[in-house]
Design a protein around this ligand. Structure first.
Ligand SMILES: Nc1ncnc2c1ncn2[C@@H]1O[C@H](COP(=O)(O)OP(=O)(O)OP(=O)(O)O)[C@@H](O)[C@H]1O
Length: 364
């Protein structure tokens, strides 16, 4: 059915619960996938600077280009967007944010859409690869990617240049393979911890000792708790060709015998202390491993859209349900009609499930 002809807008309240950019991204992605016009009101109402910011404007405009959508409100500080998609064109899309806007959040809005295209697509984006309140690029490569594989999703992500707050200047390329439909996932069996891998980096004028401090602290914590398991964290200083500015951070990823991958990360800000960052990331990762959850606290909200679209019943075992996740459920329920359920197992971990709508590509 072509919903775009004389169709009513579905309304999403962008101020609901978390009231951040995630609701805007999910609502627009689903609008494009389902070809249903959406009106998003109260955009980022719970943020100190409400309305669309750079990253969100670039995300809206990228989806406009991909779907030849009719759009109003796609400008900075806009608190209402009306978006009517027309089609879906697989292609190479370039976005230059000219800021440190998160590249991974721009991928987050367009990846689910381009999956349902008729041929492979490429997203070549300039912005921040490793910035706060967003997945670091290594998290997307080593935590998001293996988890999306369970849905049948396949992508390749290459970093050409690292970019940090405030200047950005990072660049990465995401190659997306199209698919006909998403498989449902059953991620409830943690199995046994197999190994931990990690990336501890710094750049610019920051000394390599910061990377080494992050690495050693995180590695020590992992060895203390799981002395039998391999923990291999690489510590490096990025070359000036790879990163022009100062930046430091660590991303960890734990794999289990049943195919689960959980991650944790920390990012340097001002007054960087490598030991503190290493400890923050390893303590977060340790809490997921100890509680044997299959999906970490950050990935949770990022999987909701895929669960809603998949064919059949999906279920994930995860840590305390976040406001981001409950917001993503509200958007997915409103746009697709699915119903999410949250229950708790005997150890108190959350089990999130839904019967997906089994969306299928109109091209395959
Ligand atoms: N450390 C992290 N690791 C992985 N993912 C993260 C991390 N921090 C945040 N995220 C993810 O980034 C997304 C942030 O969404 P959110 O709505 O807060 O951000 P936003 O679009 O930048 O808008 P806002 O500026 O309104 O916060 C969520 O999917 C969240 O799970």
């Amino acid at each position: 059915m072509d919903y775009t002809k004389n169709a009513e807008f579905i309304e999403i309240d962008g101020g609901y619960l978390e009231g951040g950019g995630q609701a805007v991204r999910n609502a627009l992605s689903l609008s494009c996938i389902l070809k249903r016009p959406v009106r998003i009101i109260n955009i980022r109402a719970n943020r100190p600077n409400p309305g669309l910011s750079h990253q969100h404007v670039h995300g809206v405009n990228l989806l406009r280009n991909i779907t030849k959508a009719r759009v109003t409100g796609n400008h900075m500080h806009s608190t209402v967007v009306e978006f009517t998609p027309q089609t879906l064109i697989s292609d190479t899309y370039k976005v230059d944010t000219r800021t440190a806007a998160s590249i991974t959040l721009i991928y987050q809005v367009a990846l689910p859409v381009l999956l349902f295209g008729n041929k492979p697509s490429r997203l070549d984006v300039i912005g921040g690869t490793n910035v706060s309140f967003a997945p670091q690029i290594e998290y997307m490569q080593h935590v998001v990617e293996p988890n999306l594989k369970h849905f049948g999703i396949s992508f390749e992500l290459k970093v050409l240049q690292y970019g940090f707050y405030p200047r950005g200047n990072g660049r990465s390329v995401l190659d997306i393979e199209p698919l006909s439909s998403l498989k449902s996932v059953q991620l409830t069996d943690f199995g046994r911890l197999k190994s931990v891998v990690g990336w501890s980096y710094c750049s610019g004028r920051l000394p390599k000792s910061i990377s080494l401090d992050m690495q050693q602290t995180a590695q020590r914590e992992m060895h203390r708790l799981w002395p039998e398991n391999e923990c291999n964290i690489q510590a490096f200083k990025l070359s000036p060709e790879k990163a022009r500015d100062n930046g430091a951070g660590i991303v960890l990823s734990a794999s289990t015998s049943s195919g689960c991958v959980v991650g944790a990360a920390a990012l340097g800000d001002k007054n960087i202390d490598g030991h503190v960052l290493g400890s923050d990331a390893s303590c977060e990762l340790a809490s997921y491993i100890k509680s044997e959850v299959c999906i970490d606290g950050h990935l949770q909200d990022q999987l909701i859209i895929y669960m809603a679209l998949a064919s059949g019943r999906s279920i994930i075992k995860t840590s305390a349900v976040t406001k981001h996740t409950r917001t993503a459920m509200y958007v997915a329920e409103t746009m697709t009609g699915v119903k999410f359920e949250t229950t708790y197992d005997e150890s108190g971990q959350a089990l999130i499930s839904c019967d997906g709508i089994g969306h299928s590509s109109s091209f395959m």
